[in-house]
Write a protein that binds this ligand. Structure first.
Ligand SMILES: [Fe+2]
Length: 244
């Protein structure tokens, strides 16, 4: 697969702020200079009602997750950057990529809260109520072909993705990425709020939050049940547009 077939890296936060329809246009955006929101960062509203993902993801979890967990990360990120005016023109992805050159006092905040912001911003976008944006359906286009070629079938991808997500010890994220260097799809995971979304050599196709706060109210300790249900609300149209 030619690397030019992949979408250019984009600002996921810009995407979240746009609430979707212009996704493909944003995907073509040049990452520098700033191609997305900068300080002060904000949590974009959900593109759907908090109850709209039920019964797969319950409304209370969505309200808490989006309105409290994600919001707390953004508040903490902004607090860390407040006295760093030289950084106020950077997107969260740029901050993450430059993390090791930032003042030592804010590196952890950028890693944890910046990562949380970009991860969650994408997570809200890659989920949709069943019957909208391909949720409850299947991937299409070149993504469907790539999944069949590399995993054998959608069901096999889901099994492999779930197994990978179950292996995340403690809190973290599971990803399906389009790896440009290898020219193929790849399953990855990160601990805590580390993210694949700031990488410049791969495009995130899917991301699933496997922190307990993402599922504990409804599924308690049953991460496997949450993962199984999560596939019902994956916005395949959004995922398909990320892989062209
Ligand atoms: Fe989360």
């Amino acid at each position: 697969m030619n690397r030019r077939t992949f979408l250019a890296q984009t600002s996921t936060v810009a995407l979240a702020a746009s609430l979707a329809p212009s996704f493909s246009q944003l995907s073509a955006a040049t990452p520098t200079p700033a191609a997305g929101p900068t300080y002060p960062f904000a949590v974009a509203p959900l593109a759907y009602d908090a109850a709209a993902l039920e019964p797969h993801i319950d409304a209370a979890t969505m309200r808490l997750h989006h309105g409290k967990h994600h919001a707390a990360a953004v508040t903490a990120l902004n607090a860390a950057l407040k006295d760093q005016p030289a950084l106020h023109g950077l997107t969260v992805e740029q901050l993450l990529r430059q993390r090791e050159t930032l003042p030592a006092a804010i590196q952890s905040a950028v890693r944890n809260h910046g990562g949380s912001h970009v991860n969650h911003g994408f997570f809200w976008q890659i989920m949709r109520p069943v019957g909208t944006e391909g949720a409850g359906g299947k991937p299409g286009g070149k993504l469907a072909a790539a999944i069949d070629a590399e995993f054998g079938s959608l069901a096999k991808l889901q099994d492999a993705f779930n197994a990978n997500a179950l292996k995340v010890f403690g809190s973290g994220w599971a990803f399906l990425v389009a790896d440009q260097a290898a020219g193929k799809l790849r399953l990855t995971s990160t601990p805590n709020q580390d993210t694949e979304l700031a990488a410049t050599d791969r495009t995130v196709i899917l991301a699933c939050d496997v922190w307990e706060h993402a599922y504990y109210l409804n599924y308690q300790n049953r991460r496997a049940d949450y993962l199984k249900a999560w596939w019902n609300v994956v916005a395949w149209n959004v995922a398909t547009r990320r892989y062209v």
